[in-house]
Design a protein around this ligand. Structure first.
Ligand code: BES
Ligand code: MN
Length: 455
């Protein structure tokens, strides 16, 4: 292991420059005009994998390509096989004016690297690539066979990847997935994630008059769709933060004593969280701590709200329509299709007869949990401790990686969540960054992991 760790230590400046090249691709999967950038990023990635000694391919799908890269195999090898999953697509960078430097021109300040996609997820999957490079370039035998599966549609629901899993089942047979696409509480507090929330996404549009109206001539005699939408959405939560939609909480598996105790260990005080998020007060479902609320309880969130005139100055109209983009986070026990049905039926029921409600369904995925008692999880905990020099905590994650359910259903294997992101990394926000200590220790963690997993 010494040559591997020395190699990693000695090549950090080059690794940083290479990660910079990776981050320069504006691989925004939500915006169709960036499709060529996704293709170019996938090709760059496959070339990079080849350079470090992997056998790499850009595999087309119905959507953005998948990059598949394998460590050299010795014929008849009986080593365990692990797949490192990650994504090279990124969230839209908007609002651009809030970035201190352009999102696709990586900038280092202190121990942080700023760029869209730095923590979510290019920096995190690159840490694993560098660890494997260290094995291959120092001629250190890898105790496991490894495959990298890097997709380009994670931020839009991984639509093409499940077909890819079905058609390439044999090639993707493995012992487990290794994913660094989540978080850890602090640079000195490594964590193993053992759960993710699920999600349902949809859009609702409230249609009012056939066109925008002069609000002086007609206002007062028609329902304003923006107000109708506001009234609908205002009924979702009660004053104690509980969702009032009948049946929303059906099937939710309550937290165990052990989990609640473990969540108490999460090293973030309420006051710290409040400051980090820039809110006057925290707010959430009564009876649960903020850590519980954001990782283990279901939510209903408005992600976008649009109606009427958005330009400068005033324009006196009654808008023709109002729209909300909504996602609910789900927890174990909730069935996405059933929650969706209940939510939509309730919305229809409370919609006033003065407007017409249009609903567009989006993606959905159930929550994911696996037992941290098993051998792979224990190996991951040891690798984290070796790299970070601290005992890792166990945590459930509030975010979603829908494809892990397909890994389980289609390939029958679990996913180890070895997150390297920090709470202040600004994932999905302006000034996204990746901490370079997390990058470096993440590489060491990956290097140790293949040793521990093979034991
Ligand atoms: N890396 C995140 C997921 C994540 C982040 C999980 C932090 C846990 C902690 C991933 O890229 C992501 O943003 N996923 C989306 C999924 C959605 C688009 C279906 C999410 O969680 O919103
Ligand atoms: Mn993301």
């Amino acid at each position: 292991m010494k040559p591997v760790l020395d190699y990693l230590r000695n090549h950090q400046p080059r690794f940083l420059a290479e990660l910079g090249d990776y981050l320069r691709f504006p691989s925004v999967s939500a915006q169709p005009e960036h499709q060529p950038d996704l293709q170019a990023c996938a090709e760059w990635l496959a070339r990079h994998c080849t350079q470090i000694g992997l056998t790499a391919e850009v595999r087309p799908t119905a959507g953005n390509p998948v990059v598949l890269a394998r460590t050299p195999r010795t014929a008849g090898s009986r080593k365990p096989h692990y797949i490192v999953y990650g994504h090279y697509d990124v969230q839209p960078p908007e609002p651009l004016e809030l970035w201190q430097s352009p999102p696709f021109e990586p900038r280092v300040a202190g121990r942080n690297l700023f760029a869209r996609g730095s923590t979510d997820n290019k920096g995190q999957n690159f840490a694993h690539l560098k660890a494997v490079e260290a094995y291959l370039k120092t001629g250190t035998p890898l105790p496991c066979d490894l495959t990298f599966l890097l997709e380009g549609e994670e931020e839009v629901g991984s639509r093409s990847l499940s077909t890819f899993l079905q058609t390439n089942r044999k090639e993707l047979a493995c012992d487990a997935f290794v994913i660094s696409d989540t978080g850890m509480p602090a640079p000195n507090c490594p964590a193993l994630g053992y759960g993710l929330r699920g999600i349902i996404a949809f859009e609702i549009t409230v249609h009012g008059p056939a066109r925008d109206l002069h609000s002086g001539i007609f206002g007062g005699a028609v329902e304003n769709p923006a107000i109708a939408l506001a009234r609908i959405l205002a009924q979702v939560h009660d004053a104690r933060g509980r969702i009032r939609i009948p049946g929303f909480y059906d099937g939710v598996i309550p937290l165990t004593k052990f989990e609640r105790a473990e969540m108490k260990r999460f090293p973030m005080k309420d006051a710290q969280l409040k400051k980090l998020l820039g809110v006057r007060q925290l707010f959430g479902e009564a009876g649960y701590s903020p850590t519980e609320q954001r990782t283990a309880r279901p939510t209903f969130e408005i992600n976008g709200l649009t109606s009427g005139y958005q330009g400068s100055g005033s324009k006196t109209i009654v808008p023709a329509w109002a729209r909300a983009k909504i996602t609910c986070r789900l927890v174990p026990g909730q069935v996405p299709g059933q929650v969706r049905k209940k939510v939509l039926a309730w919305l229809k029921k409370i919609c006033p007869p003065t407007v017409r409600l249009e609903i567009t369904a989006g993606h959905g995925a159930e929550a994911y949990v696996f037992s941290p008692d098993g051998k792979p999880a224990q190996a991951a905990l040891r690798a984290l401790e070796q790299a970070f020099g601290r005992k890792p905590i166990l945590m459930r994650e509030g975010g979603s990686i829908p494809i892990v359910n397909q890994f389980k259903q289609i390939l029958g294997v679990d996913s180890l969540l070895l997150g390297l992101g920090l709470p202040d990394d600004n994932a999905h926000s302006p000034n996204e960054k990746f901490n370079l200590d997390c990058f470096e220790k993440g590489q060491a963690m990956s290097a140790w992991l293949w040793q521990e997993l093979a034991k």
